[in-house]
Write a protein that binds this ligand. Sequence first.
Ligand code: NI
Length: 137
Amino acid sequence: MPACRVTRRVHFNAAHRLYHPGRSDEWNARTFGVCANPNYHGHNYELDVTVEGEIDPETGYVVDINVLKRLVEEKLLAHLDHKNLNLDVPHFAAVIPTAENIAVYCWQVLAPAIPAGRLAHLRLWETPRNYVDFEGR
Ligand code: NI
């Protein structure tokens, strides 16, 4: 059967601060600039979740996009949307919540739960001009 890539785009708002607790305030300010400001700042994130697999001859689907939508809502958005990533998401107590690290976190949560096909690609938009891509390696 032919293979396809299917993508669902989801949205979440979240606050974060980029700060390495083992480094000085000066190092953090030099490294992260305004992203290290103590009182956090927010982003309107967009996440493109791409699943790849063979088309099921019975349904014509690689993956039921509604099942994928609910999975992403349950596994990710419920924990990320309108949250402070540093304070509310245990993973980011010890990991700096850069777009790169958020993408890796999303992969680690989602990849084992994909019901059909396999997670092939994540694109996390932090702003309309900045995104990161992650493919699990
Ligand atoms: Ni930021």
